[in-house]
Design a protein around this ligand. Structure first.
Ligand code: SF4
Length: 200
């Protein structure tokens, strides 16, 4: 089977998945809209947002986090054509009020098989995690000792590829932890990681 066929099979499986009780009525955000399946970088974030990916079906598009992410990408000359974006959980977790919620450990574990298969199938030379949840989720696939606090915007080796831990571009993180200017500077390390991956 070609990579395209395998990806189509994976997206169909994810679309039919109802493993997480509270996301049974949500559709997995996984399709050609996630980006190139031969990318230079795979971005992994936490979960599709209510006003962003869950609504538009395009990861990091349609909400404030998406606006910032798109600006950050543009600032280093990357476009969606050269990247793939996914999440630790493919469906949008909600609070009973309908607001965005963090995925639970059980939900991340439920979806870890899909994450592992995306990484294996798409085989990105560089993975950029956006936020601590995404960085932690990689441990369900292969161990690492990386933390966002110590390793943000550095290049590490993990499971046969390069990993760059980055902060999540959400408004809350930008206000409280890592401002937009710092995040822009963090993103520049991705260009070094891509170059490094080409020389391996
Ligand atoms: S988040 Fe993942 S495991 Fe949970 S229902 Fe959606 S596709 Fe299935």
């Amino acid at each position: 089977m070609t990579r395209e066929e395998l990806f189509a099979e994976l997206t169909a499986e994810a679309a039919a998945c109802m493993r997480c009780e509270r996301m049974r009525d949500r559709l997995a955000v996984l399709s050609h809209l996630n980006g190139s399946i031969r990318p230079e970088i795979m971005f992994i974030a936490e979960a599709p947002g209510r006003n962003g990916a869950d609504r538009t079906r395009i990861p990091f598009h349609g909400d404030k986090s998406g606006e910032t992410f798109e600006r950050l990408l543009q600032s280093i000359g990357l476009t969606r054509a050269g990247i793939f974006i996914t999440n630790t959980v493919l469906c949008s977790p909600r609070k009973p009020s309908g607001a965005n919620d963090k995925p639970t450990r059980a939900e991340i574990a439920n979806c870890s098989g899909f994450l592992a298969r995306q990484i294996e199938l798409i085989d990105p030379p560089v993975i950029a995690t956006l936020g601590a949840v995404a960085l932690d989720a990689l441990r369900s696939i292969a161990p690492h000792n990386l933390t966002l606090r110590e390793h943000a915007a550095s290049i590490a080796r993990w499971n046969g590829r390069l990993v760059v831990p980055l902060y999540h571009p959400s408004p809350q993180v930008i206000i409280t932890v890592r401002n937009a200017q710092q995040q822009q500077s963090d993103f520049r390390i991705l260009l070094q990681a891509v170059e490094l991956s080409k020389n391996q």
